[in-house]
Design a protein around this ligand. Sequence first.
Ligand code: AMP
Ligand code: GLY
Length: 424
Amino acid sequence: MNVLLLGSGGREHALAWKLAQSPLLAKLYAAPGNPGIAQHAECVDIALNDHRAIIDFCIRHSIGFVVIGPEAPLVGGLGDNLRTMGVGVFGPNKAAAQLEGSKGFTKDLCAREKIPTAGYVRVESRDGGLAALQDFDLPVVVKADGLAAGKGVTVAMTHEEAEEAIRAIFAVSGGSAVIEEFLEGEEASLFVLTDGTTLLPFGSAQDHKRVGDGDTGPNTGGMGAYSPARVLTPALEREAIDTIVRPTVEALARMGAPYSGILYAGLMLTRTGPKLIEYNARFGDPECQVLMLRYEGDLLELMLATAKGELAGRSDPVFSADTALTVVMAANGYPGTPETGGAIRGIDAAEATGAKIFHAGTRLEGDTLVASGGRVLAVTARGNSVRTAQATAYRGVDALDFATGFCRRDIGWREVEREGAAPA
Ligand code: AMP
Ligand code: GLY
């Protein structure tokens, strides 16, 4: 079968690497792809918002299946358009992708279904928002309603900060916001595959969202991750599926908007149990990189079964007992304006240390690989403990020659501390 993979980040390089291992694959195409993805796929230059061009490409190249990596095409209804044309898709339709596309939609669904999440109000005007803030204790969380590429959330420690966030959201016409209570606990990400009816757990991870060591500085798309997230014990995972994910999937099915694809639940593990922070309608980046390093099955076969509604009766996907850990190398300036164009050398030397390098924001300038975005590489490794996976990943980092890049040096610190405290 010919497959088209959409996206150009580290997540999509990891998906391409895994899809390429499937015996069911005839030819893999990627749009727009990147030089890492090009090791496994023929990259074609099609814009992801050009649904017409994507459909034309599928017809001309006998594409049987499209894997949609990022959220914007899902929220924009590309899944619906491809399914209408008879092309199989991994990823939800527009109506179900609202779980990521609209925070208000998700909060209202949680309220109706009594799904544990932070108490909230939706506000549709600046003055309404400023008034509603008075009902919340500090810290308080202010979120823009729509997709914001990780930049729409303010955890405000003061009323001034919260008011500033409300003003910023309503400075743009058509603004809409959610104000919610601050949840205390440790965060973990849970991934669940579903065809709309059956749920299969697909691993867990912990991300590192802040740019600096010790979780300091501004938020980013993610500076590193590891899997599994051991704080999400099997009992807590079951509780999260039973109280959060299953009621969500059932509610969407009842609404006539069944969810098909991977559902990424961002959880806060509070003293009173797991609570939903947010849903994403896709794999995480860089969480996907660590999941793919541990997943032992045939990814294409599993994605096809998901799309066809054939998950019933399957056993849970099998993951290596190892830990996988990824360190993101970003371009100087990220998460502000990144310095692009800097040369990257030493990928082969880095992989010779045992790490797997996924390209996130790279392009070729002649024969030279250069940085083309904020997050540039995801240096990923496996080990029988977090400490060993971390050591291998940083050996890979240190073998790279990327003068205009930087990374955090403490990815995995929570787990390393816990391993240190555990009896040998
Ligand atoms: P989101 O884009 O919704 O994942 O939010 C980004 C980050 O903001 C999350 O990963 C959390 O660290 C933080 N956050 C969001 N909502 C809350 C909340 N209600 N309580 C505490 N932290 C939150
Ligand atoms: N790493 C967070 C995300 O993919 O949303």
